[in-house]
Ligand binder design. Structure first.
Ligand code: NAD
Ligand code: ZN
Length: 378
């Protein structure tokens, strides 16, 4: 590659400050250092966590940054000591690393690698050690990835090499939303055959949770959203019933208890609201009900009555669907290629990186499931 070892100037959508539109800028991307990989991003999804950082979390020290963490691309060059990747490999950058060495990686109980972005600067969701500059200013890498850029640099412990025939404009969704919801049902809730499940929030994360419940053999999958346009899509992924909280003048947990003779076996919160988290817990049956937090927020504390847990319910959380990232993502890509996992059905809009603000607007108004942006030419 003619660019190897040199600074690359390329286009990126920069978030200069909270709550403002992203600005297309020319940025400089430094060459990869030891154990790092420079990736040409070909496609990226827009996830609600990008919107969260921009509009809801608003931590000032998380800006300026390049958002985007649901991308796929091709290795442009590798730093010294990288042995398992070569230029031309198809890859997915990972916001959860897997170093394979730390005590968390060695435990089968968790996917929270100690060396990943998730172990530091959790609140501001950006890496302080960045390879990006723009107009002489350091620009942070959101979730250690920054896929709203034609090129990015990621540590090799946070990159998955995937099947060479994988279509990057689809498998990018396995970099976050689809892996997250799907794994939350399979790995974290551990949904059982014949069970009754409730999924709150029918964005890509929630729909992927529906798909996970179905693939685990759930008998009833109740899909809940305040936006009724999401219901048709939920059916495609296996939902059997729909509830719109706005159609009821009693708590949604009561509605679900009445529908299921005492509550659901598994519930998954895929909205990111502490009020919905509580409803999801209270919708579970006593004795064995399991409720999983998937939606993201660190703005508010949550509340619940202790009796909910004393009576035998379990409340858990799931980051990236509980998948060990480097091991899990290539397997999910293969499952998509074998048609065991759906991806195409999540994509409602295809656009270019320059249209990223339109894609953000579509998610804000609830008029999309996933917009996939084409970034650099393949
Ligand atoms: P999205 O905005 O596409 O979907 C959210 C859905 O929730 C929308 O359909 C919306 O109508 C619905 N909703 C809003 N309020 C509701 C309510 N009161 N009751 C029921 N439904 C309601 O978002 P997404 O990209 O699917 O992400 C969903 C959540 O998952 C976000 O909070 C995101 O930050 C989080 N997330 C978490 C992880 C993780 O690792 N845990 C990873 C990715 C995303
Ligand atoms: Zn995400």
């Amino acid at each position: 590659m003619a660019t190897a070892g040199k600074v690359i100037k390329c286009r990126a959508a920069v978030a200069w400050e909270p709550s403002k539109p992203l600005v297309m800028e020319e940025i400089e991307v430094a060459p990869p250092q030891a154990h790092e990989i420079r990736i040409k991003i070909v496609a990226t999804g827009v996830c609600h966590t990008d919107l969260y950082h921009l509009f809801e979390g608003k931590h000032k020290d998380g800006f300026p940054c390049v958002l985007g963490h649901e991308g796929a691309g091709i290795v442009e060059s590798v730093g010294s000591e990288v042995t398992k990747f070569n230029p031309g490999d198809k890859v997915i950058p990972l916001f959860i690393s897997q170093c394979g060495q730390c005590r968390f990686c060695k435990s089968p109980k968790t996917n929270l690698c100690e060396k990943g972005w998730a172990s530091e600067r959790y609140d501001v969701m950006s890496e302080s050690d960045t390879r990006f500059t723009c107009k002489g200013k350091k620009v942070l890498q959101f979730m250690g990835t920054s896929t709203f850029s034609e090129y990015t640099v990621v540590n090799e412990i946070a990159v998955a090499k995937i099947h060479p025939s994988a279509p990057l404009d689809k498998v990018c969704l396995l970099g976050c939303g689809v892996a997250t919801g799907y794994g939350a049902a399979l790995n974290t809730a551990k949904v059982e055959p014949g069970s009754t499940c409730a999924v709150f929030g029918l964005g890509a994360v929630g729909l992927a949770a529906v798909m996970g419940c179905k693939n685990a053999g759930a008998k009833r999958i109740i899909a809940i959203d305040i936006n009724p346009t999401k219901y048709e899509k939920a059916k495609v992924f296996g939902a059997t019933e729909f509830v719109n909280p706005k159609d009821h003048n009693k708590p949604i947990s009561q509605v679900l208890h009445e529908m299921t003779n005492g509550g659901v076996d598994f519930s998954l919160e895929c909205v990111g609201s502490v009020a919905v988290m509580r409803s999801a817990l209270e919708s579970c049956v006593k004795g064995w009900g399991v409720s999983v937090l998937v939606g993201w927020t660190d703005m508010d504390d949550f509340a619940a009555r202790p009796i909910q847990l004393i009576a035998g319910r379990t409340w858990k959380g799931s980051l990236f669907g509980g998948f060990k990232s480097k091991d899990g993502v290539p397997k999910l890509v293969n499952e998509y290629l074998e048609k065991k996992v759906k991806l195409d059905e999540f994509v409602t809009h295809n656009m270019t990186l320059a249209q990223v603000n339109d894609a953000i607007q579509l998610m804000k108004t609830g008029d999309c499931i996933r917009s996939v942006l084409s970034v650099a030419l393949q």
